[in-house]
Design a protein around this ligand. Structure first.
Ligand SMILES: [Zn+2]
Length: 125
């Protein structure tokens, strides 16, 4: 009985060895094809991601300009026309003021014109 088990184990071992040695891994061509496919997928993903990010930053910047312009209007209505000389005067009126007064794309402060009460960004008009 022990001899039968050993012979079955040898046959199984021989089959596994034959199966592994005949297909021992990927060839260079297979790896190159996989890398080419991954590169194509990354190029497609970046081609979609970069314009979407720019559009989102532009929309966020315009939204920030609108929030600050509305805050200027509210502050001038409640405190008088001279209540807002600079953007820092809007801190009590704008929640999350530190993130709202900068452009999301460039990180620069938005421009404030005290005469017209408009807030603009050089990048996003
Ligand atoms: Zn901007």
């Amino acid at each position: 009985m022990i001899v039968g088990f050993r012979s079955t184990g040898r046959i199984l071992h021989a089959r596994l060895t034959a199966a592994c040695s005949s297909d021992s891994g990927f060839s260079l061509i297979e790896i190159m094809v996989v890398l080419l496919i991954i590169a194509i997928l990354l190029a497609i993903a970046l081609a979609v991601y970069v314009p979407a990010t720019a559009a989102a930053n532009s929309a966020a910047c315009k939204y920030n300009q609108r929030v600050l312009t509305d805050a200027i209007s509210i502050a001038r209505t409640s405190m008088g026309a001279e209540a807002v000389d600079e953007l820092e005067d809007l801190r009590p009126y704008v929640k999350d003021f530190d993130n709202c007064c900068t452009c999301p794309e460039t990180g620069e402060l938005l421009k404030f014109n005290p005469d017209t009460g408009e807030v603009t960004c050089p990048e996003h008009q």
